[in-house]
Write a protein that binds this ligand. Structure first.
Ligand code: UGA
Length: 420
């Protein structure tokens, strides 16, 4: 099938590369000439396991990138909208990129005789979906269900395992209005062999918001229990393991620690809370999820202070700046937050991350960056582990180490966990 994808961020790039791998002809559309140039040169603009290999395999043949939206979209049977939906200052979802992509798609299909499929993958509040359809209708002069077919299809891939998640999803959720044929979508996704779930276009997006908020809630719940466990001298991970023996409780996302980060769980939970507020609905659970998470990095700071006293002039290693292992993404990263807090309270921070150092340097040039965990620990009197990168499991030191994420293999009296 001929596919164009508007937006070549995490979701767009991975979707494009994986759909090229299953034999489709894919054109990635992006406004950034730099990014388009990189992709066409076979260079992956983000770190994501397996993505570089897929890009190199298909670029120039089944996969291309362009800044020319009109040309790309005009040739496509399926058009994906995969642009960002960042959070505005007031907590609402910034829809400008989605609306602009919807207009581009509409303009590009104006002169077409056939009715292409337009799929909204960007995480979009259900209340805004009608605006997207209207933007396409107004710019194309065509009606949904006649001149084009509109679907929502939220994405559930995780950073750090995005390619694997796309190729082996738990479920593929497709939203459409009643009576629309989704046969082409079923064909597109058939190589991934996953269960497809069809529902209304608004329900599909709500599945995404509710899923991310639920995952965030599981983590914040685990962290609240973990904070209580810490005071009682109980190992919260042992408690989670015991809880998970009940089949109704799944062990996933019950790892307590320094809190969740990234561009999705915090944003989507906040966005849902904002939507609830606009609807006059009380969302005390969503607010509590966010509040517990906001406070979790300060638990790391409190614990370090109890051990080290004032931070003034203290040398402290911060190990892990990416919000999770397997990525160079530092958005909403607890590691960055703790590094900032320590630095602002007078500590000399020696930071290390296997992949995210370059991104971190741009945001926090005042920190001291090291080439390895060993170097950072050697230069410091204590260390804190903020990302559960596998290589940190091997850390072996007599210095005090606080785990914000549980990863250390050795159990030593000088090692301590934030919730265990
Ligand atoms: C999340 C969802 O898991 C994906 O399904 C979704 O597609 C994606 O958001 C999105 O909306 O695009 P992601 O943000 O990549 O994926 O990362 P997660 O694996 O969900 O981890 C998020 C954060 O939670 C990380 O900081 C991680 O360290 C933390 N976490 C995770 C915990 O603190 N404890 C846990 O038990 C699990």
């Amino acid at each position: 099938m001929k596919i164009s994808i508007i937006g070549s961020g995490y979701v767009g790039l991975v979707t494009g590369a994986c759909l090229a791998e299953t034999g489709n002809e894919v054109i990635l559309v992006d406004i950034s000439e730099g990014r388009v140039g990189e992709i066409n040169a076979g260079k992956c603009p983000i770190y994501e396991p397996g993505l570089q290999e897929l890009l190199q395999k298909h670029i120039g043949s089944r996969l291309k990138a362009t800044t020319n939206a009109q040309e790309a979209i005009f040739q496509s049977e399926i058009i994906f909208i995969c642009v960002g939906t960042p959070q505005s200052k007031d907590g609402s979802t910034d829809m400008q990129y989605v609306i602009s992509a919807a207009k581009s798609a509409g303009i590009a299909i104006r002169g077409r005789k056939d009715a292409p499929i337009i799929i909204l993958k960007s995480t979009t509040p259900p209340t805004k979906i009608d605006e997207v359809v209207l933007a396409i209708e107004n710019s194309s002069g065509k009606k949904d269900g006649e001149g084009f077919y509109f679907f929502t299809n939220p994405e559930f891939l995780r950073e750090g395992s995005a390619v694997k998640d796309f190729q082996k999803p738990d479920r593929i959720v497709v939203g459409c209005s009643e009576g629309k044929s989704s046969e082409m979508l079923a064909r597109l996704y058939s190589p991934f062999g996953s269960k497809m779930f069809f529902c209304s276009s608004k329900s599909a997006m709500m599945v995404k918001y509710a899923s991310n908020s639920f995952l965030a809630a599981k983590i914040s719940f685990a962290n609240e229990i973990g904070n209580i466990c810490k005071k009682l001298g109980i190992d919260s991970h042992e408690v989670a393991n015991g809880m998970a023996l009940d089949r109704r409780i799944n062990r996933a996302f019950l790892d307590s620690g320094c809190g969740f980060g990234g561009s999705c769980l915090p944003k989507d939970t906040a966005s849902l809370a904002f939507e609830a507020k606009m609807l006059g609905e009380c969302s005390s659970m969503l607010s509590a999820v966010l509040e517990v998470n906001k406070n979790q990095p300060s638990k790391v700071i409190e614990r370090l202070k109890t051990r080290l006293g004032s931070f003034s002039g203290k040398k402290i290693a911060v190990l892990g700046l990416a919000f999770k292992p397997g990525t160079d993404d530092i958005r909403e990263s607890p590691g960055m937050e703790v590094a900032f807090l320590l630095h602002s309270q007078g500590a000399k921070v020696f930071a290390y991350d296997p992949k995210a150092t370059e991104n971190a340097k741009k945001h926090a040039p005042a920190l001291n960056y090291c080439k390895s965990a060993k170097e950072a620990i050697e230069k410091s009197e204590a260390a804190v582990i903020m990302t559960d990168w596998k290589e940190f499991a091997e850390i072996d030191t007599e210095k005090y180490v606080l785990e914000g994420k549980r990863i250390l293999k050795l159990k030593k009296p000088n090692y301590e966990g934030i919730c265990w």
